[in-house]
Ligand binder design. Structure first.
Ligand code: APR
Length: 308
């Protein structure tokens, strides 16, 4: 039987993800939104791209959670995106309410699913989903690290004129201004970037990575990034549905790893058929550890504001 994937929120990120998933051709995809008819229209349009692109994925749009029943994976993108000048944190209260409602419905119809959260502020929304669902932490993951790392890799590849495929990097911490790009561990075909790029230039690239989302928000003028976010969520779904056991930087509810407890923070995580299969603990320098804890502190503040 084909796998079943639901994407909640048929906006820019959600619908782009559904199109990417359809092209993978390994699952049927349900796209849910509260706006009447809109997900149905988008789904029909995507279905009709199948004969041209050669996929048989059944894409369905719906406003009824019953259609999402027994999904293997549910990706949640519903909520409001950032407007220019708005921080991810400004979105907090608005999206907390939406995520709590969505999670209740998702869990009602797919009690064994694996949830991947995308809505911002990411780490806080994953926290809401975990607690409302009552799921074990293995089945509630957040997408942020793959995206932040992709941004870092893009800028490094441009800087040295290399293929993005040859650039390896990790960005840890919360998905916010305090994220921690581990430049010490970034390599181009195995060569540490410290040997290729002057230190002050690396610092500028790290800063551009931190501001990566805001840079795009400003350019778009209305809405936030969606091509790279949807590609990043896709990679997490790939690793789960195909049980690839890739190690992907993901927002994970930590239970003592890296000295952090009861918070979602971005760390390298092995993802497979069971969802989170292993948290990878990289040895950090004192400075990196301090930056990670500062980032966790920022996530904690949001959790406190939400009263959780
Ligand atoms: N249930 C389901 N869908 C909802 C709900 C809800 N309660 N509330 C809003 N939505 C839908 C909207 O109708 C809209 O179609 O969520 C969709 C959000 O889409 P966009 O506004 O296009 O936002 P998008 O750019 O896709 O970003 C979604 O992902 O990257 C993050 O920061 C981003 O939090 C934002 C999220």
């Amino acid at each position: 039987m084909r796998s079943k994937i639901t994407v909640v929120g048929a906006g820019f990120v959600g619908s782009t993800l559904v199109q990417r998933l359809a092209e993978r051709d390994y699952a049927d995809v349900v796209m849910f939104d509260i706006v009447p008819n809109m997900p149905q229209g988008k789904a029909l349009d995507m279905l009709q791209a199948g004969p041209v692109l050669g996929y048989d994925s059944l894409v369905t749009g719906t406003n009824d959670y019953a259609d999402t029943a027994n999904s293997d994976v549910v990706v949640v993108t519903s909520g409001f995106p950032r407007k220019p000048g708005m921080s991810r944190d400004d979105l907090l209260k608005k999206n907390q309410e939406i995520i709590a409602q969505v999670t209740e419905q998702v869990v009602k119809y797919s009690p064994n699913t694996i949830m991947i959260m995308v809505t911002n502020p990411l780490d806080a929304m994953a926290h809401v989903a975990l607690h409302v669902s009552g799921f074990p932490r293995e089945r509630v993951l957040g997408m942020a690290g793959v995206l932040d790392t992709a941004r870092f890799r893009t800028f490094i590849a441009q800087e040295v004129g290399a293929s993005v495929r040859d650039v390896q990097a990790y960005v840890l911490g919360g998905h916010g201004d305090t994220m921690v790009p581990l430049s010490r561990m970034c390599t181009v075909a195995g060569v540490p970037i410290a040997q290729l790029i002057p230190a002050e230039r690396i610092e500028q690239i790290v800063q551009r990575t931190r501001d990566g989302g805001a840079e795009i928000v400003k350019l778009l003028g209305n809405g936030s990034a969606y091509f790279a976010p949807s590609a990043s969520a896709l990679q997490m779904v790939d690793s789960i549905i195909l049980d690839k056991k890739m190690i992907l930087p993901s927002a994970i509810y930590l239970k003592g790893e890296y000295g952090i407890n009861d918070l979602f923070v971005g760390v390298p995580a092995q993802l497979g058929a069971k969802g989170l299969e292993k948290v990878i603990e990289v040895e950090l320098s004192e400075q990196e550890q301090a930056a990670l804890h500062k980032s966790a502190g920022a996530v904690k503040e949001l959790v406190n504001v939400m009263g959780m």
